[in-house]
Design a protein around this ligand. Structure first.
Ligand code: ZN
Ligand code: ZN
Length: 160
């Protein structure tokens, strides 16, 4: 992080505590981490910190725009320090690996619905779901194995 976390908290009007600093550092060095992972990293840094304290700190940091919370379907919330650039995410359906992808247009909302139904739209949060390169390579590898193995049922069908 370019700015030191303590002054970052002050700039955003957030009272500086060791716990909030530890949580902010954990999110900063582990983008797209879950609250559980944040707790682990924060504990490694400052010793004991309760789960509730981690959730409280995450809530305050998110409310004050220091961190961003994304909530993919079927996954716990993920936290990151990259805020305010309207970037989107690529998520692997197989292993859950999450990567940043720049905003398609450059500013929010980068998508407009066909019909706004009278809503004033200020954001479109996009998650692109698919398979990450590693899982893709793994699945192609197993497909090759199947192709190499003898296909008895096929030859049976041809002769019979
Ligand atoms: Zn994957
Ligand atoms: Zn991100």
């Amino acid at each position: 992080m370019a700015t030191d976390p303590a002054s970052l908290l002050r700039e955003h009007g957030v009272h500086v505590t060791a716990q909030r600093l530890a949580v902010l550092r954990a999110v900063s060095s582990h983008p797209h981490c879950t609250a559980e992972e944040v707790a682990e990293h924060a504990r490694a840094e400052i010793g004991t910190i309760s789960r509730q304290a981690v959730y409280d700190a995450l809530g305050i940091l998110a409310d004050n725009g220091l961190i961003r919370r994304i909530q993919p379907a079927g996954s716990p919330a993920l936290y990151e320090c990259r805020v305010g650039d309207n970037h989107h995410h690529l998520i692997c359906r197989t292993c859950g690996r999450t990567a940043d992808v720049d905003c398609t247009v450059g500013n929010a909302p980068c998508l407009t619905p066909a019909d706004t139904a009278g809503y004033q739209i200020d954001e479109a949060e996009v998650i692109f779901w698919g398979k990450c390169p590693d899982c893709l390579a793994a699945s192609q590898g197993s497909a090759d194995d199947q192709a190499r193995s003898p296909r008895i049922s096929d030859s049976d069908r041809q002769t019979g």
